[in-house]
Structure formats: C-alpha cells, structure tokens
Write a protein that binds this ligand. Structure first.
Ligand code: MN
Ligand code: MN
Length: 468
C-alpha cells in the first residue's frame, strides 16, 4: 500500500477527533456567537434554581406554553408545563404518535453548588455582623473566600407573604465577601491540606460593621436587623423560614481574546437547561411527545419533592395521559419502558494543566462538540447507569444525520473519576438514558468555563433528538 492509499484508508477507518471550529463557516460562527449572547443574558438573570424556573416559565409562556392545569383535554401539538414549587419544572409538546409508544425526554438540573444560609445565620463578633452558611453541593471551600458574593433567595413570613431577596447584582448594590487570612500570618494554614485549609464553620459572610447609635449590646447586629426590617419588614425569626443562597456576584461573560469561551457561575447545569429549553421552544408537532425536565437538588443527590427522585414527574406524565383521555392501568410504566432520554448534564473537560487525572483517548475536550457519557461511574463503573449499545447507536445516528459535532468520554481516569447525574433515576423507570451535555473547565468553581461552540452544538443536538 502506498502512502496515499494508507492516508485514504486512515480517513475512512479512523474516528477522527477534531476541533469543532474547523468545521464551521463564517455564517455558522455568527450563529454560535449570537446564541451565546442570549445564554449569557439568561444566566445573568438566573443564578438560583428559583430564578431559573421563573425565567424559564416566562420564556415558555412567550412561546405558547400553558400551565397543564389550564387544559381539560390535550391534543397533538399542545404545549404544556408543570411548575413544581417554583424550583423544578417539566414541559411537554404533545406528539403525533400514540403516547404509549414512548416519550423523547431531555433532562437537566437548575441547582448549582453555592453557600446556603443556616437557619439561625446572623451573629455579631468583634463589632462585625456575619451570616453563617452551610455549603450546598461539592465545593472546594477555599475558592469561595475573597470573592464578591450576592445574596439571592426568599424569606417567607408566617402570614404566607414571600419576600424576594436579590442584593449584589446591580452595580449600585453592595456585595459581600468571606475573608481569608493574609499570607504573612498564614504559616500554619498554608501547611494544611487544601481540603482542610478552610473550615466549613469559617465560611461566614461579612455583612456589616456599623453600630447602631444606642447604649445596648450587639449594636452592629441590631443595625443590620433594623436595615432588614426597614427594607423587607422582617424580624430575625423570619430567617428561620427562608431559603437564602450566596452566589458569586460576577456576571457571565465572554472569555478569551477570540471570544470563543464563556466564563460564568453555575454553568453546571444551567448551560444544559438553556440549551434544552431553547431547543424545545423550536419544536412544533413532534412525532413523539417531547418532554423537557428542569430538575432541582441534583447537586445533593436529587432527593426531596423538587429533586428527580420525587414522584412529581410521574404525576405530570400521568396528568398528560389523563388529559389525552388514554390512561389505563399500568400505562405510565409502559410509556416509560418505551421512552428515550438524554440526561443533559455537563461533562468534565480535559484541562491540560491537570491532564494527569484524565485519559486522553477517553476525555472530553472543550470545542469538540456535545459530550456523551455512556456511563459516569468509576472504579469498576460503580453506581453507573450504563447506556445500552443499541440506544447509543440510535443517538449517534441522530447526531450524524444532523451533522452535530459530538464526542464520547469518561469522567476522569478509571481509578480517579466518577460523578452522578439524574440518568440512573430515569433509567430505573425503564427509560433508555444516556448522559449528554456540555464539557466544562473548573466545574463547581465559582467561575466555570465552557466553549460557545459546544453550547450551540448542544442546542442543535437537543433539537435533533426531539425532531427525529
Ligand atoms: Mn451537573
Ligand atoms: Mn455538578
């Protein structure tokens, strides 16, 4: 065989792993950059799961979706949503085919790692007022000190009144921060392991230093409570029934001199929420019923009535079966057994600086398109929902027919990696599921990095899945 023949054979037989940008013309690049602008705007208005759900409902309503409660019966082409306590949400576009033949589901999660306030957060120490926190999800604690933080959430009074709090995003707002020790005095701290350098109990948010002008104890705390009382009409006890989250006060922005990337908080997994939600908005009269899940509590194990383990999703699908007037015993189980799903969650991209935790042949790369994970477990695939080869082939065909750039990898080396998603929960119902999302650098850090190309490929991939 001569060299030319060998090159041709290689072209034919090798799985080429190429940078996705090379395959895009100027017009396509323009579409990629424009789409990213919409994403960054959405991100800057949606830092918590509650904000994601509120803004997603708005987008859905603008595109003709209605609360399923508004329908007494459902028909082909109808667009419905189900808002679960303002923290998770399910949407559907009713398909042409009988629903017992299954659904095409895409599911992402709206919650991201952050610092939550403790139930009794406010205290004064040495004439500083602080809020005590309990971190949510897997964080590297040292990353959350000395960065600007914003306060987002709700305080619910016993009369049912809900106060919405959002301080630190507007330029005129104050921001907050958690202090750290100066290097000059940190000799002991610097000798500790990274995981132990910052104690969870020391993640206390500094929120005030000015005493009230009176002869009482805890003057700074009293001043803060007076400010909160004037602003929101609350007393300290009302914080017992609040859900307040501290999130980075940094906006989501273009990154790199070439503008090719995006830096922002909470891209795990809001990037897949945005890609799937905006894809669903483009779906008209699909063959199979298209279902979109925006889940909560994924970062802490998907428990609770807003997490994916809740039966609330089954209730939504049952409600669709009822309103299509086709429901009968065991139909829900049958529908699930015939359903297919993309678990839209981010993937750990290979970071060249820390390449030793990845295996290059089976790592996902920024800029090579949407990333599939056949399974997510490590050390013997422990706990993994391993997608069936038949289903993987179906997904490959959809992507290849639609010229979607995709890659398939594992989350880290065999003895190192692993990570959970909602995939197994839906797979347990009998659904064929594969993890399929956007690769991320610095996952779970206050500022995560993604590629605009991968975001747009995810959007195109999700559209293709629902349209096939
Ligand atoms: Mn995730
Ligand atoms: Mn995560």
């Amino acid at each position: 065989m001569d060299k030319k023949q060998a090159e041709e054979l290689k072209q034919k037989l090798f799985n080429k792993k190429e940078n996705g940008w090379n395959s895009k013309n100027e017009e396509e690049k323009k579409a990629i950059f424009e789409y990213a602008e919409g994403y960054m705007q959405y991100m800057n208005q949606s830092k918590t799961e509650r904000e994601i759900i509120a803004n997603s409902q708005k987008i859905a309503e603008q595109n003709g979706f209605q609360n399923i409660e508004n329908y007494s019966t459902l028909n082909k082409g109808d667009k419905v949503y189900y808002n679960n306590r303002g923290k998770s949400m399910y949407l559907a576009v009713i398909g042409e085919e009988p629903i017992e033949n299954g659904l095409n589901i895409i599911g992402a999660h709206a919650d991201s790692p952050r610092l939550d306030l403790k139930p009794n957060p406010l205290y004064e120490d040495s004439e500083f007022a602080y809020l005590k926190t309990h971190y949510y999800g897997g964080i590297k604690k040292y990353q959350w000190t000395t960065i600007p933080l914003a306060i987002h959430g709700v305080i619910v009074k016993t009369n049912g009144e809900k106060v919405v709090v959002n301080i630190g995003e507007n330029e005129k707002d104050p921001i907050f921060t958690i202090t750290d020790l100066l290097p000059h005095l940190a000799q002991d701290q610097m000798k500790k392991k990274l995981a132990e350098a910052i104690d969870g109990e020391d993640l206390n948010l500094l929120i005030g230093s000015m005493p009230i002008d009176a002869d009482v104890s805890e003057k700074v705390k009293l001043n803060i409570l007076q400010i909160l009382n004037e602003k929101y009409g609350i007393v300290e006890k009302d914080l017992l029934s609040s859900e307040i989250e501290l999130v980075p006060a940094m906006p989501c922005r273009s990154m790199g001199l070439d503008y090719s990337m995006i830096a922002g908080y909470g891209q795990d997994d809001k990037i897949c929420v945005y890609a799937s939600l905006t894809a669903l908005m483009q779906i008209q009269n699909p063959f199979k019923t298209a279902v979109c899940i925006i889940s909560d509590k994924e970062e802490i194990g998907s428990m609770g009535n807003t997490g994916m383990e809740s039966h609330e999703f089954d209730t939504f699908i049952s409600e669709i079966l009822n309103k299509l007037q086709v429901n009968k015993p065991n139909l829900l189980d049958k529908v699930f057994c015939h359903s297919k799903m993309l678990s839209a969650d981010v993937d750990a991209a290979l970071d060249p600086i820390y390449a030793n935790v990845s295996e290059r042949n089976n790592a996902s790369y920024l800029g090579r398109g949407i990333a599939l994970n056949k399974y997510t477990g490590a050390r013997g695939k422990s706990g993994a929902s391993d997608a069936n080869a038949e289903f993987v082939a179906e997904v490959r065909k959809i992507f290849e027919d639609n010229d979607i750039r995709y890659q398939m990898g594992e989350l880290g080396k065999v003895d190192v990696g692993g990570g959970g998603t909602i995939a197994y929960i839906l797979a347990n119902k009998g659904i064929d599921v594969i993890d399929c999302g956007v690769p991320v650098l610095s996952m779970h850090a206050p500022y995560e990095v993604t590629s605009k190309l991968d975001l747009h490929e995810a959007y195109r991939a999700y559209m293709a899945f629902w349209n096939h």
